[in-house]
Design a protein around this ligand. Structure first.
Ligand SMILES: [Zn+2]
Ligand SMILES: [Zn+2]
Ligand SMILES: [Zn+2]
Length: 165
């Protein structure tokens, strides 16, 4: 059983987000090096663009951001990069928004849960101990084989509640 890890994703601008990005890229490099996966320049740039904030971004938005960089990128390039990042657990897909968000702790494979703010759009990844396993085992009792699970809670983060968003 993997140890319970502390989630470090902190939404909003009350923190130095540059640190989040630097940390995410460093973790990605370490994870890929350890697994022998190639974090190409393009994949790294896509990861950086996903990490531009804590709000999930769609593939099209990533493409737009790349083009703003002056990088000529075709949609399949972006999709393939996102696929690679998902396979490596460096980004997660937020199903309800058809968008992607960076994982703050990609070292261990995990099924996470998300708190999605409807005010600012931020996604906070949480991992409730044993929840993913419970879903799998309860499903198995019903003869159901879980291939993937998406647990998303929608609402307002503390700051958006304060500003009455
Ligand atoms: Zn941040
Ligand atoms: Zn994660
Ligand atoms: Zn919010």
């Amino acid at each position: 059983m993997p140890p319970t890890t502390k989630r470090s994703a902190r939404p909003h601008s009350d923190h130095d987000h540059a640190n989040c990005v630097t940390d995410a890229i460093a973790r990605a490099e370490a994870v890929c090096a350890e697994r022998g996966a190639r974090l190409t320049e393009n994949r790294r740039r896509v990861l950086e663009l996903v990490w531009q904030s804590h709000a999930p971004v769609g593939a099209y938005e990533v493409l737009e951001r790349l083009r703003k960089d002056g990088t000529h990128a075709a949609p399949p390039t972006v999709y393939r990069a996102l696929e690679f990042l998902m396979e490596q657990g460096l980004v997660h897909r937020i199903e309800s928004r058809n968008a992607f968000v960076g994982c703050p702790q990609p070292e261990q494979r995990h099924a996470a849960q998300y708190l999605l703010c409807e005010g600012c759009g931020d996604a906070v990844e949480i991992e409730i101990g044993g929840l993913a396993r419970k879903i799998v085992s309860r499903a198995a009792e019903l003869g159901f084989a879980v291939a993937a699970q998406t647990v998303e809670a929608h609402g307002l983060c503390s700051r958006c509640q304060q500003i009455g968003a």
